[in-house]
Design a binder for this molecule. Sequence first.
Ligand code: CU
Length: 163
Amino acid sequence: MRNLIIVLSVAVGLISCGKETQKETVSQEVEQQVINEISNQIELKGTDDMKFDKSEFTVKAGEEVTLKFTNAGVLPIETMGHNVVVLEKDADVKTFATASAKAKATNYISDLYITDIIAQTKLLGPGESETIKFTLKEEGEYTYICTFPGHWIAMKGVIKAVK
Ligand SMILES: [Cu+2]
């Protein structure tokens, strides 16, 4: 899907010659990397600039999702570790993230709000990957974050589950 968006961007660039605004709109979509296509196979990367490479996915509700997460950075886990935690629809993301940021002994997952968690990876260091599987039973929007201290505000995205 990402490739398709880039191809479209080039095509618009060629046709619009001089219509700068149109070109800019399309390139912003590439930056955000919102995945509109429905697929239960998800690949996500975390980077040294404290970002996920994708901010939105759409999956089928009630069917198993496979999420492969990679820490694509080079900085050490102690200063730039990343994880992915998928939260329940009704979770208070800020409360969960704030508590988890203090839970160093349990790899930044607070045991106070364990029921908010649908799925999680381990805290990963540079070059590490982990694949997790989970099912989003109901339709709706599920937030995912990285719980390493200070990361969740920037490292946050949404998985939309549809029927
Ligand atoms: Cu992180």
